[in-house]
Design a protein around this ligand. Structure first.
Ligand SMILES: [Zn+2]
Length: 326
């Protein structure tokens, strides 16, 4: 088997990508690849064309997953095209995201490690710098974050994490059924929870951007003005109806959006009260549960440190009075 065939099978860079040559350096393996397809594809929008912008190719390189102790680098001469939406662009490759200096496989590894360990460990393990990790994680999230991750939430948890000695907070929403974090924002407490619920069910009264009614379209007869989640009301003409139900022309409510908070059955949280207040406002049907972690934490603070002592020793924090009903 030729070395190019072996690397082609080994790397699996996608359809239309062929390995043209392999060079071994002292610490790096350089794999030269070429695109077999005739059409040029815009990396931003997928627009494809047979026309090249010019005959000048652009040499690009990407770092791929290491081969043991060898650093593996891909190189490819890419053609340039003219995209009607994005202008001059270098054609897309199936194995790397637009603007990336790493292959998709490498970036997936970095993103997975970022969910399991700290950045310092990743920098030492993969030999990349601290800021590169952040850029890769953002690229992977922008590309692969499930847009429907908020669509089917039933049992969720809300809590915050802190860093820099509790000067900074990040509030996270977990989908208990999927076992995943589905949403997050800076800050904590009721305001952070409010932001989640407003994103879960956007306020139809303040759409962004506001719809612009068509100016030139003639209106022959009054249109039904009240929109309800299941469609326009056929019996109420324009200018009449419930004020709270008014919507701008051409704006319709998405029944799926309105229904998402009402699907929540249970929300787990701490005992601070802010998350509970927000949940009672936006999802009053949901059962508010206290995390076992927080219950055990309060219980430990309430108990004497030394087992068997009748009175808590000095320095023993907390008291049973800290337990509060929700
Ligand atoms: Zn484009």
């Amino acid at each position: 088997m030729r070395v190019t065939t072996a690397f082609s099978r080994l790397l699996r860079l996608g359809t239309g990508v062929v390995v043209k040559g392999v060079r071994f350096g002292s610490e790096t393996v350089v794999v030269e690849v070429a695109l077999r397809r005739q059409r040029l594809v815009c990396p931003e929008c997928g627009h494809s064309t047979r026309a090249r912008k010019d005959t000048r190719p652009e040499m690009s390189s990407w770092r791929h997953l290491d081969l043991g102790t060898w650093r593996l680098e891909l190189r490819c001469q890419r053609r340039r095209l003219w995209c009607p939406m994005h202008g001059a662009r270098t054609e897309a490759v199936p194995f790397a995201r637009p603007g990336a200096e790493f292959t998709r496989d490498f970036e997936s590894l970095v993103a997975w490690l970022a969910t399991r360990t700290d950045k310092t460990t990743i920098t030492r393990m993969l030999r990349i710098d601290w800021r590169t990790i952040g850029r890769i994680v953002k690229r992977v999230c922008d590309d692969e974050l499930d847009p429907d991750r908020l669509a089917e939430l039933y049992d969720i948890g809300i809590d915050e994490v802190s860093w820099k000695k509790q000067h900074n907070y990040l509030t996270l929403i977990a989908d208990h059924r999927a076992g995943k974090i589905v949403w997050g924002c800076e800050g904590k407490g009721e305001q952070a929870a409010d932001r989640f619920f407003l994103e879960l069910d956007p306020d139809p009264a303040s759409p962004s951007p506001p719809p612009q009614p068509p100016v030139s379209r003639p209106r022959e007869a009054p249109e039904p003005a009240i929109m309800v989640p299941f469609g326009p009301c056929p019996t109420v003409p324009a200018g009449h109806g419930v004020p709270a139900a008014w919507l701008a022309d051409s704006l319709e409510l998405d029944p799926q959006l309105l229904a998402r908070a009402s699907k929540l059955r249970a929300v787990s949280m701490d005992m601070t009260g802010g998350y509970a207040a927000s949940t009672r406002h936006y999802a009053p049907q949901a059962i508010i549960c206290i995390d076992p972690y927080h219950v055990v934490q309060v219980r430990h603070e309430a108990l004497p440190i030394r087992v068997g002592c009748e009175t808590p020793p000095s320095g023993c924090r907390g008291s049973p009075g800290k337990l509060r009903a929700v």
